[in-house]
Design a binder for this molecule. Sequence first.
Ligand code: PLP
Length: 352
Amino acid sequence: MDATPQEFDRVLSSMCTRPHPAAARAAERFLADNPGDPATYPDVATLEERAVATLGDVTGLDDPAGYVASGGTEANLQAVRAARDRAASGDPTVVAPTSVHFSFQKAADVLGVDLHLVPVDDDHRADTDALAAAIDDDTALVVAVAGTTEFGRVDPIPEVGSIAREAGARFHVDAAWGGFHLPFTDHAWHFGHASLDTLTIDPHKVGRAPIPAGGFLARDEATLDALAVETPYLETTSQATLTGTRSGAGVAGAAAALDEQWPDAYEENHERAAANAVHLAEQLTDRGYDVVAPELPLVAFSLSDAEFDAARDAGWRLSRTGSGEARVVCMPHVTRAMLDAFLDTLDAARVG
Ligand code: PLP
């Protein structure tokens, strides 16, 4: 086989990263374990409980229910499913800002619910007035994002939570990417204080767990119970996850990544990534680019097609937002030296 895995030394667009070495080792050990059947595979099930408990510490949720999902897409879909199944309305809908990840479109499609997307404010955050106006008796779920995919913005979580609560709707926060940054910021990040029902936080993104390791958390066990179906042929008698057989590598890798890094290494990563984002934003601004000031470590900025193509030709993995800005995600593998080399590429493209 001559295929080789992607090197990360020029990857600027992805929310994946090199796994932590301890997480990679743990993943390899549990490759054949199936956490979907905890009675048969008790050790990996214990690791999963530990991972969920630590994710509770990361997010400030006391003793959450949950599991290590295949990714943010599954976790978001499960949040929509939990809301749909409990909705009073026969025609349940989901209200979310336009900045939500496209996984909500898949969830709405698969689950047969309408997704009402509400325009964001001028700074790419959920507009609370517009959200409130969009909610009606059919609204089963309101979604906010803590670290948007395109601009790294954090929605006003407590305010959106209150709006959802007043409307009698469930509240889901998608912190798939931002969840490992928020504890080290001055945001009102502590989800224990927000009246949320479910939360997405993905160890396989900033958490440096190997793929697949998403995180689905629920404030109460009843949410998981309601999602569970009976599983007659397994040793375990019910299953709340969306997938059946799951990756023991993802679960063990997530548990090891969390054990190794929470909280100190995650804090160090946040500080380094935040400083790198500020550095890149300043350097781009000095060169005359129009930069969206970073909130969490993600820098979006205007870039001509010629420069974008030159960067891609030089091997940089770079993407654009739906509205056309180039975006650089300061993931754990993105160093200051990488960013300076990227700036050199842009400088050469402008001269050339
Ligand atoms: N939610 C957010 C905020 C994301 O940024 C992403 C992916 O980048 C997802 C959900 C989907 O995660 P996954 O690709 O792991 O399913």
